[in-house]
Design a protein around this ligand. Structure first.
Ligand code: TPP
Ligand code: MG
Length: 615
């Protein structure tokens, strides 16, 4: 067999199992062909057809599709992605980083320069004067959890076992890159038969150490103001039910990160909603008062911790339930390294008879009620046209069915969705905010749809992100997977524009405007971008909605459509959902003649003084 034939045969034979449920791990191969893969992997995908080939339009997009599919299947399944050498390969680097940061398994198979070297430099080769053992694929090293280059066909078997070990490890998973020199893909070797027999990888649920559990339970009993933060690990471990039982038994309130949102339904009495920079007033107030934080399956990034200002209680301590030791040790917390579901169940058993004090429960209930009223106020505001973003979110939220999935990634939408979107069923909120990668939205919508075609998928996307990567609309139409894309057109980067304004920089360079000959700046008229025509040109059903009524009708029409629909809604970038008592560290120039910058710097220094070390 050739290296490529052996590779594809092996991938087709890999299965995974968790809790007795077994599924094939790879659902297919996404690819874009060039001279670096067409005759190698391309040949076997056509001749043998072990795995279905899916043709994408952009290599970055195909990695997002695979990662989103993996997230939606709770990391039980994924795709492999094949690219040519050079630009096709490096286009995948951004997707790889997004997958690794979000701890999602994807297998990347970039083509590589000739191992044989005699005809080099080949087309698209980056030459290096200090080594011939370097190619652009070395760029994947920092964004991959496992990286290898297959320079001889007989290196493949051991590399594949390592790749599968990492992809199926709940603690180590992320992008795995196997760089495949173009000549080696086509070379044959006598591979041992055993390599291609079906193999089932068990996805483990490691149990916590009893001594640490005992200490965690002791800490919880001692403290008066505990708060649980639910991160993406809760969903990855399918621990929603365990979480619900834990909080119902103990009365401990829950706040959710972006990746953890929807671990509990939004209307659950113990769910205070979003935490951190994009958090709710209820969650952030409780965080400010917390003397104990139980962080479950979260990386505790700066959006969650409000740049380490969200937990000012002098005696605050952290208990970190996490499958990854690296995360479990953060904030000098008690590192309970374990699967989230098993750990929550075990901790609940140790807390038999414990409940938070009634006065604390009362405070949680009051803050929760006040926040619900605030959401209602924000989404039912009548504005324009153009409508306010919160209003549009409220309408879409009211329209969708409980099982439908909302998808987003960058701009002002993730923050607004984090605060406002009401989740009715776990796993229906899919916002990528580990890498906050513009361009993730449409491809990931496709990945989510492929994971469960019975759900409708609502992609919420800004005009900026749309312009960066609308290409996979065409792919969704090719494959017959319908998406409903709601495009929020505020004529530019309202999130970064707002940030720029708050830092005294007046939205410089963040709007889609003509260069103005009078000023020499980009402050001319708004650029006439016709998003409806653009989406229609890619094959979508596309409409514009100006009012609440038009939007509702457009959503109904989209539900009747059998192909991807894009609804373009102009929104007023100036009416923004406010923040709620949480700060984000974005450094402001220490020296400037601009008065706005000087003011912002003074405020910055005050806020920075609140940042804490947890040692
Ligand atoms: C690939 C990438 N480039 C740059 C950024 C920085 N960034 C974050 S949000 C944003 C603007 C997004 O604009 P749009 O999609 O229109 O959303 P809006 O801010 O208007 O809500 C930019 C440039 C990013 N997150 N990702
Ligand atoms: Mg915008």
């Amino acid at each position: 067999m050739t290296t490529a034939q052996a590779l594809v045969a092996f991938l087709a034979a890999q299965r995974v199992e968790r809790d007795g449920r077994e599924v094939p791990f790879f659902a297919g191969v996404w690819g874009i062909f060039g001279h670096g893969n067409v005759a190698g992997i391309g040949q076997v995908l056509q001749e043998v057809g072990h795995l279905r080939f899916y043709f994408a339009r952009n290599e970055q997009a195909m990695v997002h599709i695979a990662a989103a599919f993996a997230k939606a299947t709770r990391r039980l399944r994924t795709f492999a992605c094949t690219s040519s050498i050079g630009p096709g390969a490096t286009n995948m680097v951004t997707g790889a980083a997004a997958a690794t940061i979000n701890r999602l398994p994807v297998l990347l198979l970039p083509g590589d320069i000739f191992a044989r070297r005699n005809v080099g430099p080949v087309l698209q080769q980056l030459e290096s004067p200090w080594s011939q053992d370097v190619s652009v694929n070395d760029c994947f090293k920092p964004v991959s959890r496992y990286w290898d280059r297959i320079n001889r066909p007989d290196q493949l078997p051991s590399a594949l076992l390592e790749a599968m070990r990492v992809l199926t490890s709940p603690a180590d998973t992320g992008a795995v890159t196997l760089a495949l020199p173009q000549d080696v893909q086509a070379e044959a070797w006598d591979y041992p038969e055993a390599r291609f027999e079906p193999r089932t990888w068990h996805i483990p649920r490691p149990a916590p150490e009893e001594a640490l559990l005992a200490r965690a339970a002791e800490w919880i009993r001692e403290r008066r103001r505990p708060l649980l933060i639910a991160g993406g690990g809760v969903l990855a471990s399918e621990a929603e039910e365990a979480l619900r039982e834990f909080v119902e038994r103990t009365g401990i309130p829950v706040a959710e990160t972006q990746a953890g949102k929807g671990a509990l339904p939004s209307d659950h009495p113990h769910n205070l909603g979003a935490i951190g920079v994009t958090g709710t007033l209820a969650a952030n107030r409780i965080a400010h008062e917390a003397d104990l934080v139980i962080a479950v399956g979260t990386t505790l990034d700066d959006f969650t911790t409000a740049s380490k200002t969200l937990f000012p209680h002098p005696d605050v301590r952290f208990i970190n339930l996490n499958i990854a030791p690296h995360d479990a040790h953060k904030h000098a917390g008690l590192p309970v390294v374990a699967d989230a579901k098993i750990a929550l169940e075990a901790l609940a058993r140790r807390l038999e008879g414990f409940r938070v004090e009634p006065e604390y429960a009362q405070r949680v209930a009051e803050l929760k009620e006040a926040w619900e009223a605030e959401v209602e106020r924000l989404v039912s505001e009548r504005h324009g046209p153009p409508m306010a973003q919160a209003e549009v979110i409220g309408i879409v939220n009211a329209f969708v069915r409980p099982e439908d999935v909302v998808v987003g990634a960058a701009g002002s939408l993730p923050g607004d969705l984090h605060k406002l979107w009401r989740v009715r069923q776990p796993g229906t909120y899919h916002v990528e905010y580990g890498y906050s990668c513009m361009g993730y939205e449409i491809p990931s919508g496709l990945g989510v749809k492929m994971a469960d075609p019975n759900r409708d998928v609502y992609v919420m996307i800004g005009d900026g992100s749309y312009l960066m990567m609308p290409s996979e609309i065409t792919t969704s139409i090719q494959e017959g997977y319908k998406l409903t894309v709601v495009l929020f057109d505020n004529h530019g980067y309202s999130s970064i524009g707002g940030l720029s304004e708050s830092l005294g920089l007046g939205r410089f360079g963040t709007q889609h405007r003509y260069r103005n000959p009078a000023t020499g700046e980009l402050d001319g008229e708004v650029l006439p971008i016709d998003f409806v025509a653009n989406a229609a040109s890619l094959g979508a059903h596309a409409v514009r909605a100006r009012t609440r009524e038009e939007l509702w009708q457009a959503l109904e029409e989209a539900r009747r459509q059998d192909r991807t629909t894009v609804i373009v809604v102009e929104v007023d970038g100036a009416t923004r959902v406010p923040g709620y008592e949480a700060w984000w560290d974005v450094p402001v120039a220490e020296v400037s003649e601009m008065p706005g910058v000087q003011r912002a710097r003074a405020e910055y220094e005050q806020n920075r003084a609140k940042e804490r070390w947890f040692l």
